[in-house]
Ligand binder design. Structure first.
Ligand code: AFP
Length: 360
């Protein structure tokens, strides 16, 4: 039993006093929803929510909806719709924004979330998570917000966070003043502040990417990953380690804990898609958490938090983590776009660039 430690509720109340107490109340409702999802996910096959949603539903992403995706989405809607802080909600699992039922009061906040990120891992007992972002409705009026109300760049987020359902359940939150981690004490149901002011190490020797897509990546990403794989024998002169969990929450959490770089770049496997991950409820909240912890988050060509959304379920390339590595990849994209990505040579071997025969 953890006594005397700062609970999530105490932290949130203390940090939203003076005009943002409604934001605090909303975050406490989100934490309650997360505890409900943790209990569900923690039951595994005993939860009765495994497999597909049964209705053969395909969500707006074109992915078959899993029953536990639907249950997690419901958990957030039910815990957050009644409190009077929200003008509306949007989710990976819902084509259109969710309108607050008429019997509940409405507020000015907008909650955007991926209720169960990495859910394709839930059937194989690998860590999954919930990602959320809170914006303020900027248009006047008390009617239902339109999808356009949600289309705000990530720099306007008032709060961002995720829950990770792993060996321990944790909540990681930023209110714009640092990134802080809370661990669920299962004995009393409190999230306890265990990781105040998380900092991402500037350097890393660990990269995360799904290398099965290598042939579809743009040359600057191929160049960067080839250099990491070449290790000591290549231009980097040091060996790298690779990880890929296929659960963004778990990758980002590892990076917040020990550094690293996570990449889900643009690839031409499906040229119509600018990336796999969604801007509003995956890339933006994670980018805020990473930047608030001293890391960097980029599309390869610009800060993710500066991207102006064009539609609710917009996808975006994601490169985030230890600042020095993200900046290196941005430099490689710039050199590629300018046609100056030089042949990289190792002190040991003179290799021409693998990707530009004409590079000199
Ligand atoms: P699911 O939520 O469909 O499992 O996708 C998870 C995810 O959006 C993100 O969490 C992972 O980093 C990424 O997809 C994994 O993508 P690949 O399956 O292509 O490796």
């Amino acid at each position: 039993m953890q006594f005397g430690r700062t609970t999530f509720s105490k932290f949130v109340i203390e940090h939203t006093r003076g005009g943002h107490s409604e934001l605090g109340a909303l975050l406490i409702d989100v934490s309650a929803a997360v505890k409900g999802i943790a209990a569900l996910v923690g039951k595994g096959a005993l939860s009765g929510w495994t497999g597909t949603s049964g209705a053969g539903e395909v969500n707006v992403q074109g992915e078959v909806q899993k029953a536990i995706d639907v249950a997690s989405n419901e958990a957030i809607l039910r815990h957050c719709e009644w409190g009077g802080q929200l003008a509306g909600m949007a989710s990976e699992e819902m084509d259109e924004p969710y309108r607050i039922p008429d019997q509940y009061p409405r507020g000015r906040y907008l909650l955007v979330f991926d209720p169960l990120d990495g859910s394709s891992n839930s059937d194989v007992n690998v860590s999954v998570g919930t990602i959320f972002s809170i914006l303020k409705r900027e248009t006047a009026g008390d009617g239902d917000p339109s999808a356009a109300d949600f289309l705000q760049p990530g720099d306007r987020q008032l709060a961002a966070g995720y829950a990770i359902y792993g060996p321990a359940t944790m909540l990681v939150l930023s209110l714009g003043s640092g990134t802080h981690g809370f661990t669920l004490d299962r004995e009393n149901g409190n999230f306890i502040l265990t990781h105040p002011d998380i900092r991402v190490p500037e350097e890393t020797r660990e990269f995360a990417i799904n290398t099965s897509n290598e042939r579809f990546w743009e040359p600057p990403v191929q160049r960067y990953v080839a250099e990491c794989k070449a290790g000591k024998s290549g231009v980097r002169g040091v060996d790298f380690n690779m990880r890929w969990i296929a659960s963004m929450v778990a990758e980002v959490h590892r990076i917040l804990m020990r550094g690293g770089i996570f990449m889900y770049p643009k690839d031409n496997k499906d040229p119509a898609k600018p990336g796999r991950l969604r801007l509003l409820y995956e890339a933006n909240p994670m980018a805020m958490l990473i930047e608030q912890a001293g890391g960097a988050a980029s599309t390869g060509r610009r800060r993710i938090l500066a991207v102006e959304p064009g539609e609710l379920h917009q996808r975006v390339p994601v490169i985030l983590g230890s600042r020095q590595e993200v900046e290196r990849l941005e430099r490689y994209h710039g050199e590629y776009d300018a046609g100056t990505d030089r042949a990289f040579t190792s002190p040991l071997f003179s290799e021409r660039s693998l990707f530009r025969a004409d590079a000199s």
